[in-house]
Design a protein around this ligand. Structure first.
Ligand code: NAD
Length: 443
């Protein structure tokens, strides 16, 4: 018997829950995204138990950027937030962040939390009252996103707490490409279990991005091309793992992933076999960096990261996309731009990390007009939507939605791997040509 296609309502519900039936086209009316300082704590009086996996920067903040999930959860849930556990093998780090919270005015959310080295320890020691309603996963991606013991935290959550929601940071993994299939297996488990699951591609929640979606939807446009440029400021990147491909999988997979994801959000599925790419490597003249804050000589040469990667591809629907990632800027701010073209329209997102502005050109006018949304906080919006979907599953199908499902995020991961592979193939081919030329000259 042929399988039944999901109804529109089921699709909407699934989109909201993030369990993945059809999530790639979902959008939110930008006016529904409320800034954190203007939100009131979500209603209800019952405790909302949360487990944090990873006690690092994404969870508790750092000077490098505005991310800090604990802070957003405190604002969203108010006194209902009860952190029951922080899981991190770096016990001292976890204990220190917990102590800081307990010394602050949000103590009520943290006073009963316990620190565990592993998720397994938490499962073995928790009391029934500590059963989580949500697990927030911000451990490094090299320790998750697979079905292998010790790197399968998603499967462990699904096994021990079926039905409990998960928020998982991007990228879904950074292991070898051969493990990609395991990512799709996890996506299927999440779908089969109808688990609410959101992945941290927070740029999708920018009001500017949602306005772009709205313009495309309302004008019934077909995207012709996406052009993405992500130039990071490398001077302050002091985490040596980031500079080591064997740990981070490289800057396209670890960081440029945000813009590859935006590309897919607008362009649709990529024909992976069409991906082409080139890179500037660390040992090429053009790749010299004078202000690195780590000692790159400690990283084996084969694991050092490219300084620039440029890629292009065909989307399955015939549109084309291109993407450039650059490790060249110094100082603090990144320089990132993302353009979408459709008949008569240019939608250009500028500076999404610092002060997002959308420049829009429409038919009948040569000017690009700016659209600003001051105080927009996509990190709050993604957490806020995640909690709303957990709490309020039946109400208002047009309301809060999860914009990045696990399955969707695995597809972005697949694209970033395809870019890395294509650039490495091009390099190998080019080196082969150079060797041939040198051999010919010396003969
Ligand atoms: N969306 C964004 O803009 C954004 C920003 C920052 C980080 N991130 C993502 O968040 C994730 C974490 O990055 P970070 O900057 O917080 O890293 P981090 O190194 O600051 O923190 C990671 C923490 O996880 C702990 N850890 C290691 N293995 C673990 C395991 N098996 N279980 C639990 N904890 C474990 C480490 O001890 C460390 O304390 C990465 O995937 C990163 O890409 C996303």
């Amino acid at each position: 018997m042929a399988s039944r296609r999901p109804s529109q309502f089921e699709r909407r519900l699934s989109d909201r829950r993030g369990s993945g039936l059809s999530s790639r086209r979902v959008s939110i009316d930008p006016s529904r995204l409320v800034p954190m300082d203007r939100t009131s704590h979500i209603g209800g009086s019952d405790d909302f138990n949360v487990v944090f996996i990873g006690a690092g920067n994404i969870m508790f903040g750092c000077p490098e950027g505005p991310w800090n999930h604990s802070f957003r959860l405190e604002h969203k849930l108010g006194r209902r937030l009860k952190v029951v556990a922080i899981v991190d093998p770096a016990i001292e780090r976890a204990t220190a962040v917990l102590q800081k919270k307990c010394d602050s005015f949000v103590v009520s959310a943290y006073q009963d939390a316990r620190v565990y080295k592993t998720f397994d320890e938490f499962v073995k020691n928790m009391t029934p009252r500590e059963r989580p309603r949500a697990v927030i996963i911000g451990s490094p991606p090299m320790f998750r996103g697979t079905t292998q013991s010790g790197r399968d935290v998603e499967a462990q959550v699904l096994k021990h707490f079926p039905g409990v929601a998960m928020f998982i940071e991007k990228p879904v993994a950074t292991g070898p490409l051969e493990e990609l299939e395991q990512g799709f297996q996890i996506a299927k488990m999440i779908q089969d279990n109808k688990t609410v699951c959101s992945v941290g591609y927070m740029l999708r929640y920018l009001k500017t991005v949602q306005l772009m979606k709205k313009v495309i939807e309302e004008n019934n446009l077909t995207v012709m091309t996406t052009i993405a440029r992500y130039a990071c400021a490398y001077e302050l990147i002091a985490n040596s793992n980031w500079w080591d491909k064997s740990k981070s999988a490289g800057p396209v997979i670890e960081q440029g992933t945000h813009f590859c994801d935006l590309s897919r959000y607008f362009g649709g599925e990529v024909d992976i076999s069409s991906v082409q790419a080139h890179s500037v490597e660390w040992n090429e003249n053009a790749g010299h960096l004078s202000k690195m804050s780590i000692d790159e000589t400690k990283i084996p040469p084969e694991n050092r990261i490219p300084r620039a990667t440029t890629a292009n591809w065909k989307y399955e629907n015939g549109a084309v996309g291109c993407f450039t990632h650059v490790v060249a800027l110094q100082d603090v701010n990144y320089s990132c731009e993302f353009e979408v073209y459709a008949d008569g329209y240019l939608l250009k997102l500028v500076n999404p990390y610092v002060q997002p502005v959308l420049y829009m050109r429409k038919p009948g006018d040569d000017h690009e007009l700016p659209y600003n949304f001051p105080e927009d906080d996509p990190f709050f919006s993604e957490i806020s939507n995640f909690i709303d979907v957990i709490e309020d599953i039946e109400e208002d199908p047009e309301g809060s939605q999860i914009l990045s499902t696990y399955d969707d995020a695995v597809r972005t991961y697949e694209l970033t791997w395809a870019i890395r592979q294509a650039s490495e193939r091009s390099r190998t081919a080019r080196l082969g040509t150079v060797v041939e030329e040198v051999t010919e000259k010396s003969e």
